[in-house]
Design a protein around this ligand. Structure first.
Ligand code: MRU
Length: 341
């Protein structure tokens, strides 16, 4: 029996469902405004995922599971219509496999029951949510146990409560490690262009009462050269069968820098982020977002008329640059083999 969300242990609950409607804190507006969107139909669920109201691989999966419930209530006994909703839901963003994983699990659940029962589907969505909370707790313990007392860590993007069901993946390890005295210094990349680090990770670490420093991505090499960090700790959006890791753009750069400086690289992700169907990272689809995210990053539009920008929002870190992958089933090391899971 899994335990329900507990704020002291699990951080902040960014995705809430009352059995009918979905409530999402609008991550586009953090940390300026803590406003919530009440979501009542599948189109709004798809838009919330596509427009980054909710983001982070596990949180997207949990949102999609509740979205499947909302769609089932609206469709009644129209199974074909519901399947169509699921196909569009699964395509809201391409890189995080948790989205497809959650949609497929809801579809399979309905298939096995042989009927579209929204209340039963809501129970399944709650199970997905509770399992993520539990996975976060297990990973926080397993990951923080690997860190030598007095260490410094650098993280990238946002991987905490806003991105998951519970305390987080990489950020869960960092919060646990800081609380039990293993982590002495926390650095967070600002994470251009969407600023998940300086807007969201900073908001979460401040709420947790932990001291930290935000750096620009360009400062990572100098930080490592100075000896301030012993670990780079990130989450993942999709992990291939060979251990290649798709994660927020810039993760690959950090992994290269870490190897050069003798800093270790830990990736923290629940089993719902593993994609055994991908033998390696080459065929992982990398989401491209609109160039305006880059041109407007200074707070105003810097685009010289007629010129383009390139805005891939994820990259793939080759498995041999990753020292360990922490899941709720334990710690994996190269050569990666997840087949026993
Ligand atoms: O574009 P985003 O903000 O959804 O990207 C999120 C990340 O890349 C996270 O590092 C990843 O989802 C792991 S979150 C626990």
């Amino acid at each position: 029996m899994t335990k329900a969300f507990n704020e002291a242990e699990d951080g902040f609950q960014a995705v809430r469902f009352d059995g009918r409607d979905l409530y999402l804190i609008d991550q586009r507006r953090l940390p300026l405004t803590e406003s919530w969107l009440q979501i009542k139909d599948i189109e709004a669920v798809i838009a919330a995922i596509a427009n980054l109201v909710v983001r982070g691989a596990p949180a997207i999966g949990i949102t999609a599971a509740y979205g499947a419930v909302i769609a089932a209530r609206a469709r009644g006994s129209d199974r074909a219509g519901w399947m169509n909703d699921l196909t569009r839901l699964a395509a809201a963003r391409p890189t995080a496999v948790n989205l497809v994983w959650a949609v497929e699990r809801m579809r399979q659940f309905a298939l096995e029951r042989g009927e579209l029962d929204a209340d039963a589907l809501a129970e399944e969505a709650h199970r997905i949510h509770r399992a993520d909370i539990e996975a976060n707790r297990a990973m926080a313990q397993a990951g923080s146990a690997l860190i030598q007392p007095g260490s410094g860590v650098l993280t990238h993007c946002n991987t905490g409560s806003l991105a998951t069901g519970g305390i987080g993946t990489a950020l869960g390890v960092i919060v646990a490690g800081a609380r039990d005295g293993r982590i002495a210094r926390i650095y967070a990349d600002e994470t251009r262009p969407w600023l998940q680090g300086s807007r969201l990770t900073a908001w979460e670490l401040a709420r947790a009462g932990l001291d930290f420093r935000v750096i620009v991505e360009g400062a990572a090499a100098a930080l490592m050269a100075g000896g301030a960090v012993q670990w780079v700790i990130t989450g993942a959006d999709r992990i291939a069968a060979n251990g290649d890791v798709a994660n927020k753009i810039g993760t690959y750069s950090l992994a290269v820098l870490a190897r050069h400086h003798g800093v270790r690289m830990m990736v923290v992700a629940p089993s719902s982020t593993l994609d055994p169907a991908m033998s390696n990272g080459d065929s992982i689809e990398i989401e491209q977002r609109e160039a305006g995210e880059i041109w407007r990053a200074a707070g105003f539009n810097t685009q010289p008329s007629g010129f383009a920008a390139w805005n891939p929002v994820f990259d793939v870190t080759p498995a041999d640059l990753v020292d360990c992958i922490v899941t709720e089933h334990g710690v994996f090391r190269p050569p990666y083999d997840f087949s026993a899971m």
